[in-house]
Design a protein around this ligand. Structure first.
Ligand code: THU
Length: 158
């Protein structure tokens, strides 16, 4: 794909790896925009994409997937997490998120509360980075602890 700088490595179970070992934030954003093209969003028309980086440097992409029943809809971020976790991944470093209506300039698309809580299940709030972009090189980044302060997580249960 011309829009994607990463060379796909076969046999990676749905993940993408970049040819250089270290992904740049802009690489993740590009992969989020690529995933956004696969958005299934006939109800809201709002198209989102995410690129989730594992500790090993693999990237799992996700898009939003809506449903006629509305509540079964899944955000791009959770699609990426569930793809990755279902392939055995448990250690994550960063996620890039993009969202806009087609043909309209996007704004930064911050993850919804449900997605933040899913991140909290698998990521260290002190180190996991959330990159929200409104253009290929126009982004802000936050730690999970900033977007989900005083959170409840697996360590709160016996
Ligand atoms: N959505 C995402 O996929 N990620 C976000 O961060 C915000 C919202 C989706 C859900 C729904 O399909 C559409 O965008 C409008 O809310």
């Amino acid at each position: 794909d011309e829009d994607c700088t990463g060379d796909r490595v076969s046999g990676q179970k749905g993940a993408v790896t970049m040819d250089s070992q270290k992904n740049k934030a802009t690489d993740l954003i590009r992969l989020a925009y690529e995933a956004q093209k696969r958005s299934y969003s006939p109800y809201s028309g709002f198209q989102t994409g995410a690129a989730l980086e594992t500790a090993g440097g693999k990237v799992y992409q996700g898009c939003n997937i809506e449903n006629a029943g509305y509540t079964p809809s899944n955000c791009a971020e959770r699609t990426a997490f569930f793809k990755a976790v279902s392939e055995g991944e448990r250690s994550f470093t960063r996620i890039a998120v993009v969202g806009n209506y087609p043909g309209k300039p996007g704004d930064y698309c911050a993850p919804c509360g449900v997605c933040r809580q899913v991140m909290r299940e698998f990521c260290d709030p002190e180190t996991f980075e959330i990159i929200i972009a409104r253009g290929p090189e126009d982004y802000k980044s936050f730690l999970l602890k900033e977007l989900l302060p005083e959170s409840f997580g697996p360590d709160d249960l016996v």
